[in-house]
Write a protein that binds this ligand. Structure first.
Ligand code: KG4
Length: 338
């Protein structure tokens, strides 16, 4: 059984994974309401909140400790003062229990997270079933990252495409801020967009060339700012659903176009979607359609595992070969062993 710790940003989380059963127990303590006051995550505050949350989360797992054979912790990428809290707890637990501790790359864990439901369906048959789904295109879309990753037959990962500027979640959040919506605004944009008309406002599509897999979202945010400068507050309020619909549409169109181009360029046997923005229902539907049209099964991270969580860390620790928590963090996913 693997006990995992996640503390890379503003969620403190612990999870227990049993390879024979799946996730046995998991808890997430989110700090979102606290950071909302500041319009973004404040690292110093976040690390202090991990310091108080992690010990009481651990209390809930106290009875499980004798059965734990391995410990796992998010090693990066993330906010250093926040990561240190989880790594320190992991090391303390390793010392106290004598169990080995492995460090997990948070982004690799997002890629693996889409297979959690498949594992839960049939734990004993999972590894053989997954082997038949590789190579796999992992689409990880969060507040800090936007990546298309090839998960190879040997479980190596290569970045196929990434944003050259803002992450898609950042585009949602910055757009929401311009529209006067609170942080993090992605889910609110989705809610308003549901009542709007995507055709009322046209926003640019980053790098439109199909041959170029790079993504870009900063121009979109600027286009929204210019559009809002032409409107007074009452007009913005009246057009909020249409503005949100057009803005969301531009983000999703770009993601669908680049994912489609990546799938057409190379052969894959399955597709996955994960990360905070993967909560977006329109995005889930559009990317599912894009993969199904190409005859590929789509694996969607469950909504509870789209944001930061420890279940995916435990699952990744089991899915991947062991590596020490002390090894230097990898700068990117392009290396096979992060
Ligand atoms: O993975 P995540 O929890 O953490 C970070 O990367 O920090 O992702 C959070 C991101 C935020 O940008 C948030 O606005 C976005 O996910 N998000 C959404 C939705 N729910 C969360 N974006 C669009 N539609 C949603 N429903």
């Amino acid at each position: 059984m693997i006990l995992a710790i996640e503390s890379s940003c503003d969620e403190s989380a612990l999870a227990l994974f049993d390879p024979a059963r799946g996730i046995v127990r998991e808890l997430v303590s989110t700090q979102a309401a606290e950071h909302e006051k500041y319009g973004g995550v404040v690292p110093e505050l976040a690390s202090r909140m991990h310091l108080s949350a992690l010990p009481w989360l651990l209390e809930e797992f106290r009875g499980d400790l004798p059965a734990v054979t391995r410990l796992a912790v998010t090693r990066g990428p993330g906010l250093l003062p926040c990561l240190s809290m989880g790594v320190t707890l992991g090391r303390a637990l390793a010392l106290a229990t004598g169990r080995p501790l492995v460090g997990v790359n948070h982004l690799r864990a997002h890629v693996h997270s889409v297979f959690l439901p498949r594992h839960a369906q049939d734990p004993a048959g999972f590894l053989a079933a997954r082997a038949a789904l590789l190579p796999h295109l992992g689409i990880v879309i969060s507040g800090g990252n936007t990546l298309l990753v090839r998960l190879g037959e040997d479980l190596s990962m290569q970045v196929v495409a990434r944003t050259v500027d803002d992450a898609a979640g950042e585009a949602f959040d910055k757009g929401a801020k311009l529209l006067g919506l609170p942080y993090p605004g992605g889910a609110l944009i989705e809610r308003h967009a549901a009542q709007g008309d995507v055709g009322k406002f046209a926003f640019p599509r980053g790098i439109p060339e199909k041959a170029d897999l790079r993504l870009s979202f900063s121009g979109l945010k600027t286009a929204l700012r210019y559009q809002l400068e032409k409107m007074d507050d009452a007009q913005v309020q009246a057009a909020l659903p249409d503005l949100c619909a057009g803005y969301q549409h531009a983000i999703i169109e770009q993601l669908v176009a680049k994912a489609g181009a990546a799938l057409d360029r190379s052969s894959y046997r399955s597709v996955g979607l994960s990360g905070g923005v993967a909560n977006n229902r329109t995005l889930r539907q559009r990317l599912t359609n894009a993969s199904v049209q190409r005859g590929l099964p789509m694996f969607l991270a469950e909504p509870k595992h789209c944001g930061d969580n420890a279940a995916m860390i435990a699952f990744a620790a089991w899915s991947e070969p062991d590596r020490p928590a002390d090894a230097a963090p990898a700068p990117s996913l392009t290396v096979d062993q992060p």
